[in-house]
Write a protein of this length. Sequence first.
Length: 225
Amino acid sequence: MRLLLIEDETALLDLVQRSLARAGFTVDVAGTAEAARDALAASRFDAMVLDLGLPDEDGLTVLRELRGKRDSTPVLILTARDGVDDRVAGLNSGADDYLLKPFAVDELIARLKALLRRPNGALGVVLEAGNISFDTIGRTVTIDGRALPLTAREMALLENLLRRVGRVVPKRHLEERIYGFDDEVTPNSLEVLLHRLRRKLTGNGFSGEIHTVRGVGYLLAEAAA
């Protein structure tokens, strides 16, 4: 799951970014409205966390522009503005949820997961193929009921393949969903990650297989009947 965090307070930004990464999100950050626009133009996100008090513009401007383009990406507003009128303005501008500063990071994560469990959201289902099962809420993977420990990126790769089981997933799509703008990505980073994932799946008895479609991408296939 890829998340855009729009916040200009450095200390808060670092804390929230680390916490979200531990919760399984790929997190990109923007400290200004202009940087947020650039990020939104460059990639698609599963959700946004938006601070209203940005240094160059009000965050509501970014939100209104987003909704004006009929972009339904879930948006959770973070702000120190605690007036009812402020909350109403945010919700009326298209926000999906509202969290006042100061806040507990665990609550922020819980609210994001709640947004992503809504219809057409990124969470809320158990993905299965053959004898593997991926709980998208608890972020756990099992093979024949046995827990399979995976790194955050291995889990992100597996999730994206499971969401399109039986279909080729383009390499570029996987790179966009797994890596953030600031991640160091070499031409073979995805191949190395895939090799590690394949080894873990095979070593733990996965009944399916991940195929490489040269020049296109990868396909996760269930075992033939």
